[in-house]
Ligand binder design. Structure first.
Ligand SMILES: [Zn+2]
Length: 205
């Protein structure tokens, strides 16, 4: 986790670490030992190796539009943890996410599971006491909060895939396009029974 945050600091400061791409490629010929699995949107502005300033072989990346949890995501997470022995998973939401924005604005040529997960995040946000109606009026701010809630929920859902004693560290993060900075989000606030329901609904595979 520290390596990721230090890498992001280098990215923000525009002082990337120097490494030989040829060396990095050759060093990983015998196998990969990534330091973390990264679940992140396909958005072309959020390339994880760049925003975390990491060489090849460092990140096991699971990407799709909106960073949605589905069967492929699940199998990839299980492979990362059981086969590659990765013990850190980060779920990265990002500023101005087009997919979340489309769903939030009820314009949704996106797959059903995407709508479902983002809508759930929206509903939880609407029930959030910290949320006031003025903020909801501010569309950009609203989309942003939905992105964060979606990342927090996803991290909580991923945790359900593992026995509490053998669970990797799972951290929801937020990436700001404008500053380039990655920040850690608080854990999801939902109670365990909500999480169980969510598990039945979104891990039906
Ligand atoms: Zn996105």
């Amino acid at each position: 986790m520290e390596q990721l945050m230090e890498g992001n600091k280098r990215f923000v400061e525009d002082s990337p670490a120097a490494w030989s791409r040829t060396d990095a490629r050759q060093q990983t010929l015998g196998g990969q030992k990534p330091i973390a699995a990264v679940i992140i949107c396909s958005d072309s502005r959020v390339s994880p190796e760049i925003i975390f300033d990491q060489p090849i072989g460092s990140l096991f990346v699971i990407r799709n539009a909106g960073a949605i949890l589905n069967n492929n995501t699940k199998q990839s997470i299980l492979f990362a943890v059981h086969q590659l022995k990765i013990n850190v998973i980060v779920v990265v939401g990002h500023e101005k996410c087009g997919v979340v924005s489309m769903v939030a604005k009820k314009y949704m040529p996106v797959v059903t599971v995407t709508q479902g997960q983002v809508f759930k995040a929206l509903r939880e946000l609407e029930g959030d006491e910290e949320n006031d109606s003025e903020e909801i009026e501010d569309k950009l701010h609203f989309v942003d909060r939905t992105v964060k809630c979606h990342a927090q929920r996803s991290a909580a859902l991923i945790a359900l895939l593992f026995h509490p004693d053998r669970r990797p560290k799972i951290v929801p993060l937020y990436y700001s396009l404008s500053s380039g900075r990655v920040t850690e989000l608080k854990p999801f606030k939902g109670n365990p029974s909500q999480q169980q329901q969510a598990k039945r609904r979104w891990w039906p595979f």
